[in-house]
Write a protein that binds this ligand. Structure first.
Ligand SMILES: Nc1ncnc2c1ncn2[C@@H]1O[C@H](COP(=O)(O)OP(=O)(O)O)[C@@H](O)[C@H]1O
Ligand SMILES: [Mg+2]
Length: 354
């Protein structure tokens, strides 16, 4: 069983959205998935269509009343089970204050189900308290969703320190394996800058013993997509609510990456090539790379803040890139063999990345 905690002590970065839709995408592939709601706000429970007040006492009972975890699971979809939370969970921290081994209660509860499921994914609360420690003690992998705005890395140090500490004291196998850029706004130059900052940071830890020495930025980001924000209030996953929207496409790719391409020896370029054809198929409003380039030429006078990112074919001849090079954005290099769709009537430029 793979065990993943989705963690960032900041609220509103996309943790719950990621847990719901990553889990749903994996379950739809036939994998047996358990999700645990460790947040007293119970957004995960509600997002999956469960009445938190009535049926959300699972996590609380497991942590404070030694309830049997497998008995407390609710089957919410095909192949998908939930340990639900509600506001009672707020009290767990103080109720457990004098309990010896209170950081490892969840780990012990989880041990019994290792054989029965393929994935355990935990939605953490926006804090680094006892509930989060229980998550970190119970898993081997940490996935950190980051919303790339200018304060994105604030608090990152504290987060990594906490993971390190848990790693040293109670869970030596713990590793931060992935950073997922969520609510990614291609029109804002900052998104790319934050990504570059994180990359630089991760690179500097490569040769060290730190739990994030193998962490990678997942090479597909989750674009800002209004459907992802609407789906929770219907108690639906994005695949039920709007299976063809960008949010559904992105989370399907994230799940594909997590399941098939993560870990040592995997090559991001191979992964990107494997999904390129699908992007081509779906984003067919621009027929050719030529068209993308013509459109980029036409947009040369636009403000940088309004640029929309598109990727273009590796086949583009260098001479064809010249004129775009004079636009306000620097062209770095060429990658995905696909031309992405451009939103109509919006200024944009072509960003080519490696
Ligand atoms: N890619 C996205 N595009 C647009 N809205 C999003 C996206 N991801 C999440 N949201 C919305 O942003 C808010 C915060 O996301 P959420 O997953 O609840 O974050 P967290 O669990 O970290 O607090 C929610 O209202 C959610 O619906
Ligand atoms: Mg949440």
């Amino acid at each position: 069983m793979r065990t993943i905690a989705v963690l960032n002590q900041k609220g509103g970065v996309g943790k719950t959205t990621t847990v719901v839709n990553l889990a749903a995408a994996l379950a739809m592939q036939g994998l047996k998935v358990v999700v645990i709601d460790l947040d007293p706000q119970s957004h995960l429970t509600i997002h999956l269509g469960v009445n938190a007040e009535l049926d959300g006492n699972g996590t609380y009972n497991v942590l404070t009343k030694s309830a049997d975890l497998s008995q407390a699971l609710i089957n919410v979809r095909g192949n998908l089970w939930l340990l639900g939370a509600n506001i009672d969970l707020v009290g767990a921290e103080s109720e457990l204050v004098s309990v010896v081994g209170r950081e490892t209660i969840l780990r012990e509860a989880v041990e019994s189900m290792v054989e029965s499921f393929d994935y355990l994914i935990i939605d953490c609360p926006p804090s680094l308290g006892l509930l989060t420690l229980n998550a970190l003690a119970a898993v081997k992998e940490v996935l950190i969703p980051v919303q790339p705005h200018f304060l994105a890395l604030q608090g990152f140090g504290k987060l990594l320190q906490t993971v390190s500490l848990v790693g040293r004291r109670i869970n030596p196998e713990l590793k931060i394996t992935a950073i997922l850029l969520c609510i990614f706004d291609g029109r804002v130059t900052l998104s790319a800058e934050v990504k570059a900052d994180i990359e630089k940071f991760l690179e500097s830890a490569r040769a060290t013993q730190s739990p994030w020495s193998e962490a990678r930025i997942i090479p597909v980001h989750v674009r800002r997509n209004i459907k992802l924000a609407e789906a929770p209030s219907y108690g639906k996953t994005i695949f039920e609510y709007e299976p063809k929207c960008n949010g559904a496409i992105d989370y399907r790719h994230v799940a594909d990456y997590v399941h098939n391409h993560m870990g040592a020896g995997s090559r991001d370029d191979e992964f990107l090539a494997s999904i390129a054809e699908e992007i081509d198929e779906l984003d067919s409003t621009l027929e050719s790379v030529e068209e993308v380039i013509e459109a980029a030429h036409a947009a040369q006078t636009t403000a940088v803040e309004e640029l929309v990112e598109v990727s273009a074919s590796a086949e583009v001849a260098p001479t064809r890139l010249g004129p775009i090079g004079r636009s306000k954005r620097r062209i770095v290099s060429v990658v995905t063999p696909s031309a992405r769709r451009l939103p109509a009537r919006r200024p944009f430029a072509v960003t080519l990345r490696k």
